[in-house]
Write a protein that binds this ligand. Structure first.
Ligand SMILES: CC(C)(COP(=O)(O)OP(=O)(O)OC[C@H]1O[C@@H](n2cnc3c(N)ncnc32)[C@H](O)[C@@H]1OP(=O)(O)O)[C@@H](O)C(=O)NCCC(=O)NCCS
Length: 173
């Protein structure tokens, strides 16, 4: 007898509902610890956030599954920002010289309004991603990205510009 038959549809539905509630609760707990959170912020769990007390989120932010945000050095994410699954935004670094273990060199990271960060991209400490910019899937961003620039590759280089956008609203956060 399959598990589905043994438990029956309603029990599986209840289990799914409970798991859903647990994920929502975990997302809410993370957001409650953040330095600032705007309205309509969605964490598609599981999302991992280190040092949420140093994370600031604007309005209408959508953060995909398996994203890792390491905010110890100060991570600010503006409004209407999309961060796709498996992206990593980190403010954490270590010295290149020894001793390294246990030594920390954090630097802030800023993602301005209307940015789209593609799946699996990595954004490194000290970087700013300018307003309206796009970071392509799989890019590794080592330098700041100008507004409305599209960057791709490892290391990320400009491959285009964002054209023809409608009026970009000012951040309401
Ligand atoms: C960034 C992106 C939007 C660019 O789209 P586009 O403007 O149609 O890009 P193009 O196909 O015209 O590519 C422009 C150049 O950048 C390169 N490029 C585009 N995306 C790239 C990527 N992820 N990595 C490396 N190079 C990339 C293209 O090969 C092309 O180079 P070429 O001119 O030498 O051929 C798209 O490639 C992307 O990465 N989207 C993210 C999708 C995603 O993560 N979805 C998850 C859910 S939100």
């Amino acid at each position: 007898m399959t598990l589905r038959r043994a438990l029956g549809g309603p029990w599986l539905a209840l289990l799914g509902h409970l798991l859903d509630q647990v994920q929502k609760h975990r997302a809410r707990r993370i957001l409650d610890q953040c330095a600032a959170v705007g309205r309509d912020v969605r964490l598609r769990m599981p999302v991992v956030v280190y040092d949420p007390q140093s994370l600031r989120l604007g309005d209408c932010v959508d953060i995909g599954e398996f994203v890792v945000l390491r905010a110890s050095g100060g991570l600010t994410i503006g409004s209407r920002v999309l961060i796709a699954a498996h992206a990593v935004l980190t403010t954490r670094g270590h010295p290149k010289t020894l001793p390294r273990y246990g030594q920390i060199e954090d630097a802030p990271l800023l993602v301005e309004d209307d940015v789209w960060i593609g799946a699996g991209a990595i954004v490194l400490p000290g970087v700013s991603v300018g307003r309206g910019a796009i970071v392509a899937a799989g890019a590794v961003v080592t330098h700041s990205v100008p507004p409305f620039c599209i960057v791709a590759g490892v290391p990320a280089r400009p491959v285009g510009e964002v054209h023809g956008s409608g009026p970009i609203r000012r951040s309401e956060s």
